[in-house]
Design a protein around this ligand. Structure first.
Ligand code: DI6
Ligand code: FE
Length: 391
């Protein structure tokens, strides 16, 4: 997929020259430059080649599952009411604290394998179910290990500001101080996080809380991203964009001020239709207004046990088109080019072009729209990672 030009940037009868881990040249087969004519060739006959897929928002590492909470929600209880009654995120916090690092790696590896079987090459993984230094560390170490053991490129976000831990009930300011003065410095020192995230919502943290957390994170060199305007409009997206956040995520209740701030800052919108679907939300993110403002839209799974137990980026594409009105072309850009930008990785990943890392997915489809079209099919044929075929 080359930006601009034909729909999807499609090159028919294309060829790609790969030198080591990177793409050296790409274009139509009949224009392969002399320099590459004698290189060994491998046929990808009939396959569509895209960048390997990128999931830029997941809570892949966690203990347990919340199927019984889902049963309660099907009986009419709301996500927010379950959270207020001590369930929700806090029940996963208890299961994650009880799990060993090995146990977290093993359970997350199964979910990661679901994603890689559908062409994924890069994934962002958040902490946020530990909510104390030792357990947040354990989650982030598990995420880093998953990257080393699987060969998938893993980027991590520290999400200490996900929920107020039970031991700090009624003492939010004290917990924010622990985040900024103890957790963030220790985690940055160990190199465990690439970004800092937070849940900015009436049932979690306010924009003022998140500004305090972000100031500390930014001073330590972490990128910023935020769960914002998912269940109500609190102005978190505007605050985050003004602080230079790479992405604001969810955004169902985003208003015009938030959109303007994101456009001005180049902050990506990360749309999460899995959570919208699974929570049976009614309010959709303002896709047309984001388009009009030129805000790049990424698409991600939000893979988590409470609001989006989704391990398929192809299904996320379908949901993005069917529920949010993305075009299949926007959906594909959302899990490649825009997802890379939402992680600050656009120089190396997310598009095919000379100089980019040769992380490629090959698909048995006739047309790129088929990737978003099928519900539950897997047309993935094979993958090339950093220039090497995966066996
Ligand atoms: N928003 C979400 O969609 C996830 N976290 C968040 O802040 C949900 C996490 C969960 O319910 O466990
Ligand atoms: Fe999330």
């Amino acid at each position: 997929m080359v930006p601009g030009g034909a729909p999807y940037g499609l090159v028919r009868d294309g060829a790609i020259a790969i030198d080591g881990a990177r793409i050296a040249w790409l274009g139509p087969k009949h224009k392969v430059p002399e320099d590459y004519a004698a290189w060994p060739r491998e046929s990808a006959s009939g396959a569509l080649v895209t960048p390997a897929l990128i999931d830029c928002h997941t809570h892949l590492v966690h203990g347990g599952n919340r199927a019984s909470e889902w049963e309660r929600r099907l009986q009419g209880e709301s996500y927010a009411a379950i959270a207020r009654s001590g369930g929700g995120i806090l029940s996963t916090v208890a299961a994650t604290r009880a799990a060993s690092e090995d146990g977290l790696v093993a359970s997350a590896r199964k979910r990661l394998d679901d994603f890689t079987a559908q062409g994924l090459g890069t994934i962002e993984i958040k902490s946020g179910y530990g909510l104390d230094l030792e357990n947040e560390r354990k989650m982030l170490r598990a995420a880093r290990r998953l990257g080393r053991e699987s060969g998938v490129t893993v980027k991590t976000s520290f999400l200490g500001a996900h929920a107020l831990p039970p031991e700090y009930a009624g003492r939010k300011d004290a917990y924010i101080r622990v985040i900024t003065e103890e957790m963030l410095p220790a985690i940055a020192e160990e190199g465990l996080a690439d970004y800092c995230d937070g849940f900015c919502e009436t049932i979690a943290f306010s924009p003022a809380d998140m500004r305090t957390v972000f100031e500390a994170a930014r001073a330590l060199g972490l990128g910023l991203r935020l769960h914002a305007e998912q269940l109500s409009n609190s102005g978190g997206a505007q605050m985050a964009a003004e602080m230079g956040a790479l992405s604001c995520d969810h955004l169902e209740y985003l208003d015009a001020d938030g959109i303007r701030a994101m456009a001005r800052a180049g902050t990506r919108a990360v749309l999460l239709p899995g959570a919208f679907y699974f929570l049976r939300e009614q309010r959709k993110p303002p896709v047309q207004a984001l388009r009009d403002a030129g805000v790049g839209m990424a698409l991600a799974s939000d893979c988590n046990p409470g609001s989006s137990p989704l391990t398929s980026l192809l299904l996320a594409m379908n949901l993005g088109c069917t529920l949010f009105g993305l075009t299949p072309e926007e959906a594909l850009a959302g899990i490649t080019r825009e997802a890379a930008a939402a992680l600050g990785l656009e120089a190396d990943r997310g598009t095919l072009g000379a100089g980019k890392i040769a992380d490629l997915a090959l698909w048995d489809v006739d047309h790129p729209a088929q990737l978003a079209y099928a519900l539950g099919a897997n047309p993935h044929r094979s993958q090339i990672r950093a220039g090497c075929w995966l066996t």
